[in-house]
Design a protein around this ligand. Structure first.
Ligand code: PHE
Length: 453
């Protein structure tokens, strides 16, 4: 173990660890998915289910994943083997995580591609219009162009590839530590802008007053899936990042801070977007295109509009980058450690494979728009299957593994800082939730949401 610690890269400071972990959690999930799902599923009532799932399911699983990773100091796959060598099949959980992270990246990099394209188009003025119809035509024009969809996705690959090759401390930690403060600054500016709009109250009312009639098994599953997605759970991401945590890092405290800050960013993004949506007469339930249609149209109408559009998409790009780094790290760490190849090689191989599977998502609205499985495009399949099936299953597996297989005593040791247990009460509640509440709740919500019973 000692030797492994010396040769393996890891996060070098408490603040850097927090920035990287927060960088993973905060992403397009906050700025793109959260607003459009909340908008489409009844506003505050959806928010409430999301909050409950985050607190009693998400947070314990995040603490568990980080602790398992830190105890094993290994990639997501090897973690399970290291901790329980005699129960080999648990490694499959890690493998499913590696694949899940890969398939999230396959569509996530395309949304990031639209964001990158929009920064460029906002600077050159190409997407600046106050007319909702024209705004939606602009977005259609981008997604229906195979060349643009692919080229921007490749631009995204290059950016995240370079940072990942630079390594855990010199790449991921160094970059996220600088970007996270910028993200908060930009978001605050946009929020103030949103709140100063005439008619902002209606957007806030929408966000904060519940419409319980919109709640059903499907929306509850979506809310729980969002909680997993937002906290980067069930995909081996937090296990992998946990393996880079220092022994002195307080895991429950870090996880709690990440959860609160992540929630804060989602709320701020909602406050930046919804007042504007209502003030300008847009529909809050536009779906996945909400961000790309409303933001340019709404901000263009304001003084210094172009600047706000540019900074909005810059913000989204920063957030997306931190999350993509954590997703890419999962297969890269897995491949370089299991196959004993260099980071450069495993990054390049992963990106080449992503080029293949990612292009199916990238071309979902153009060349491949006619190709559907279960009535969904590749993009939608990747998205739906990862959030609503793989992540919850991964979550159940992690909860059972940590609560029952690895077990109470070893989990307690894993949560200590070199033997010193800081929050014993929280540790006990966490393990209780992992053993009983999380697996049962996830299973019920998932099966009901998928219409199994
Ligand atoms: N949490 C990230 C976001 O909100 C997405 C993500 C999911 C990252 C799963 C890692 C693993 O954008």
């Amino acid at each position: 173990m000692q030797e492994k610690e010396n040769t393996r890269d890891k996060f070098t400071s408490g603040l850097g660890t927090l920035a990287a972990t927060l960088g993973s959690a905060v992403g397009l999930g906050n700025i793109w998915k959260f607003p459009y799902l909340t908008g489409a599923n009844g506003g505050a009532s959806f928010l409430l289910i999301y909050l409950i799932s985050t607190l009693i399911i998400g947070l314990p699983i995040m603490i568990a994943e980080i602790s398992l990773g830190r105890s094993a100091r290994a990639n997501a796959f090897h973690t399970f083997q290291e901790l329980k060598p005699e129960r080999k099949h648990w490694r499959l959980t890690g493998l499913a995580g590696v694949m899940g992270a890969f398939f999230i990246l396959a569509f996530y990099t395309e949304v990031a591609a639209w964001v990158f394209a929009y920064i460029f188009k906002a600077v050159t003025g190409g997407i600046l219009t106050t007319d909702p119809q024209a705004a939606s035509a602009n977005f259609k024009q981008l997604v229906s162009s195979p060349v643009q969809s692919l080229l921007w996705q490749w631009a995204v690959f290059v950016v995240i590839g370079i940072i990942i090759i630079a390594g855990v401390s010199k790449g991921i930690e160094a970059v996220t530590k600088r970007l996270m403060p910028v993200l908060f600054l930009i978001l605050t500016v946009l929020c103030v802008r949103g709140l100063l709009l005439e008619g902002a109250g209606e957007g806030l009312k929408f966000l904060f007053s519940p419409d319980f009639s919109k709640l059903n098994a499907g929306t509850i599953l979506t809310a729980m899936g969002l909680a997993f997605f937002k906290l980067s759970l069930g995909m081996g991401t937090m296990i992998t990042y946990g393996s880079y945590f220092d022994d002195s890092q307080n895991i429950p405290k870090t996880a709690f801070r990440v959860m609160i800050a992540d929630l804060g960013v989602s709320m701020l993004a909602g406050i930046a977007i919804f007042p504007a949506v209502f003030a300008f007469g847009f529909k809050p339930d536009a779906g996945a295109s909400l961000l790309f249609i409303t933001v340019p149209a709404v901000f263009t109408a304001l003084p210094f509009g172009q600047i706000f559009v540019v900074i909005f998409f810059l913000l989204a790009a920063i957030a997306a980058t931190g999350a993509m780094l954590s997703l890419l790290e999962v297969p890269v760490a897995f491949m370089s450690e299991q196959l004993k190849i260099t980071r450069i090689k495993s990054t390049i191989i992963t990106l080449l494979l992503l080029g293949l599977f990612g292009s199916l998502a990238a071309l979902s609205e153009s060349s491949l728009s006619g190709v559907r499985l279960f009535g969904k495009t590749f993009f939608d399949i990747y998205d739906y299957f990862t959030s609503n099936v793989l992540m919850p299953i991964g979550g159940i597996a992690v909860a059972i593994f940590s609560g029952w297989i690895f077990g109470h005593d070893k989990m307690i040791t894993a949560l200590t800082n070199r033997g010193d247990l800081k929050n014993s009460g929280i540790a006990r509640v966490t393990i209780y939730l992992l053993k009983y509440a999380a697996p049962v709740l996830i299973l019920i919500i998932m099966l009901k949401g998928l219409g199994v019973f």
